[in-house]
Design a protein around this ligand. Structure first.
Ligand SMILES: Nc1ncnc2c1ncn2[C@@H]1O[C@H](COP(=O)(O)OP(=O)(O)OP(=O)(O)O)[C@@H](O)[C@H]1O
Ligand SMILES: C[C@@](O)(CCOP(=O)(O)O)CC(=O)O
Length: 190
């Protein structure tokens, strides 16, 4: 396992398009260069095992996942209380690509952990979309979820290196992804 040349730590609210944007970026870079790591993957896997749920469906973007979100948040927070780096350490194990995309940072403890381990090569990226756009993608305001740390933990206090606006304008998104890809290539070439 090598150490990463670049770590891109993505965050954004529900249905802002974190998965869409990170998948598009990986398509541009190639999966041999770029790995997508999801903090929620080991969480969902273990949660699904314990509850007899469908892990693959928890990974998707459907109502199935939303039905379990509040419970998953509570379950994950218990784990993080005992060990804030618990999920971070699991997802970086054995990754050999030079560029790592973490698709779903949600808490200060996630940012702090990646800064302390990979600060020299870390870039923080915020994906934003208006509430109207997010509603069009199926977002329904749910107080116990949208008012909690899982959604609001990074609203303040992080000076993001990149902000990607994903409001449905595909030309604008392409341009923003080109800029980010250019930066990544410049770092890999250096
Ligand atoms: N630019 C876009 N063009 C077309 N569809 C998009 C775009 N951005 C997001 N979507 C769609 O909107 C839905 C939500 O996007 P996505 O799953 O990427 O959001 P997310 O931020 O990862 O959400 P969650 O936090 O709920 O997992 C998906 O069905 C996705 O395909
Ligand atoms: C339980 C949780 O990991 C669900 C994340 O799902 P997704 O990234 O929205 O697909 C959110 C959290 O950890 O607070």
């Amino acid at each position: 396992m090598g150490s990463p040349r670049l770590v891109l730590l993505f965050s954004g609210k529900r249905k802002s398009g974190k998965d869409h944007v990170t998948n598009s970026l990986q398509l541009r870079l190639g999966s041999d260069i770029c790995a997508i790591l999801r903090l929620s993957a080991p969480l969902k896997e273990q949660f699904a095992l314990e509850r007899g749920l469908d892990y693959e469906r928890l990974l998707g973007a459907t109502e199935y996942k939303e039905g379990f979100r509040a419970d998953m948040i509570r379950w994950g927070e218990e784990k993080r209380r005992a060990d804030p780096g618990f999920f971070c350490r699991i997802i970086v194990r054995g990754v050999c690509q030079p560029v790592w995309i973490i698709s779903d940072a949600r808490r200060r403890s996630d940012v702090d952990w990646f800064r302390s381990e990979y600060g020299a090569v870390l870039q923080t990226v915020r994906v934003v979309a208006s509430e109207e756009t997010r509603r069009g993608r199926g977002w329904v305001y749910t107080p116990e979820v949208d008012g909690a740390e899982s959604e609001c933990g990074l609203d303040r206090g992080v000076d993001f290196d990149w902000i990607i606006t994903n409001d449905g304008d595909s030309v604008s998104l392409e341009q923003q992804l080109s800029n980010l890809t250019g930066f990544i290539h410049s770092k890999l070439g250096a």
